[in-house]
Design a protein around this ligand. Structure first.
Ligand code: AHG
Ligand code: MN
Ligand code: MN
Length: 345
């Protein structure tokens, strides 16, 4: 006798319950406008999402293709060895924005000078600053990676190509965020109206809103730092680390990709640090396309980001690839680190 199967319980498929808010629709909803500026930002975010999808697709098949992993043999403007994935991702952003008509300039970790798209400049008065792949050392070992982005309005005519208007503080950012390539691909962004999470549904090829107005906990018992640099730091950082070692409940997490560490910090609280060292007092992380966009997000979520002496969003860089020390995360944990820095002042 044939068994009559039970009707499928569709209530377990959460995707069916969602109203499937896409990124471009969300930007327009946030701005409560269909005006030209809102349309521009919505289109810009849509393009960033497209770059994220292309990079995620490339990552997911990296081990199956020739010539995707490993180093190119070149060294970038930062003096760091360039990976093939860094070059690929850098070019993905360029080609996606070339066709957008919206962005006149792109500036990235992988390019010494900004890349101009003159045909876009009459209408596209925006600059995209980005770190195409954050956490490059994770590329060849199939661990989490990210891309970081920041959008600024182009100011002045910039005819000399020096992009001096970019040498301005982080509160000038119109939008900022990251794409996290983990077990799922997520896009996290803010246009100054809270922080929102989108998750890529590969079957739809769309980023779908999964959490709105995310707030970072005021405290989290996780500290995230490369302790291999312990003896290169100033004594005050060592004092802070001794404090967390002695205090019950603290735990350490460090992934090698700041985007992953910041994502965890945003969700669970805690603090991420990349202090300067004796040889490099300015630290490793670049202000305009790493620290400032993440500081913008974390502040929007109710957290803080500082160099130790100045809020990250107030720092005015002297050059495009300027580095800064970074202490970022939950308000109380950032303040705790600062209390050790002040003690030793
Ligand atoms: P990138 O891959 O863009 O150069 O950035 C790597 C950054 C950051 O993501 C990470 O937290 C940190 O550098 C890791 O550096 P260390 O290996 O020195 O800890
Ligand atoms: Mn980086
Ligand atoms: Mn990078």
């Amino acid at each position: 006798m044939t068994q009559v199967s039970e009707p499928l319980d569709l209530s377990t498929d959460k995707t069916l319950d969602r109203d499937c808010t896409t990124l471009s629709r969300h930007v327009l909803q946030q701005l409560q406008s269909f005006g030209p500026d809102a349309q521009d930002l919505s289109a810009l975010m849509n393009r960033i999402a497209l770059a994220g999808k292309l990079i995620a697709r490339h990552f997911s098949r990296a081990g199956l293709m020739e010539d995707v992993l490993g180093f190119t043999g070149d060294v970038n403007v930062q003096g760091e060895s360039v990976k093939k994935m860094d070059v690929y991702a850098n070019e993905v952003f360029i080609s996606v924005f070339k066709q957008s008509g919206l962005v006149c300039r792109l500036a990235s970790e992988e390019m010494e000078k900004p890349y101009y798209i003159p045909e876009n400049c009459p209408i596209g008065r925006y600059t995209l600053l980005y770190d195409p792949i954050d956490g490059s050392s994770n590329t060849d070992i199939n661990l989490s990676l990210g891309s970081i982005f920041s959008i600024r309005q182009q100011e002045g005519t910039d005819l000399d190509g020096e992009a001096k208007d970019l040498l301005n503080h982080g509160r000038k950012q119109l939008a900022a965020g990251y794409i996290l390539y983990g077990p799922s691909t997520m896009l996290v962004y803010s246009i100054g109206k809270g922080v929102h999470f989108f998750t890529l549904d590969p079957s739809l090829g769309e980023f779908i809103l999964t959490e709105e107005n995310v707030k970072i906990p005021d405290h989290g018992a996780v500290y995230s730092v490369n302790e291999g640099n312990f003896w290169q730091w100033d004594e005050s950082y060592r004092e802070y680390i001794r404090y967390v070692h002695r205090t019950e409940g603290y735990t350490a997490r460090y992934s090698g990709a700041m985007v992953s560490d910041i994502h965890r910090t945003l969700v669970q609280g805690g603090v991420f640090l990349y202090p300067g060292t004796l040889k490099k007092p300015e630290g490793k992380l670049r202000l305009l396309y790493e620290s400032a966009p993440l500081a913008f997000l974390i502040e929007q979520a109710g957290g803080r980001a500082t160099t130790g002496t100045e809020e990250i969003l107030d720092v005015v860089p002297k050059q495009l690839h300027q580095r800064t020390p970074l202490i970022i995360g939950s308000k109380e944990d950032v303040a705790k680190v600062e209390s050790f820095l002040k003690k030793n002042d």
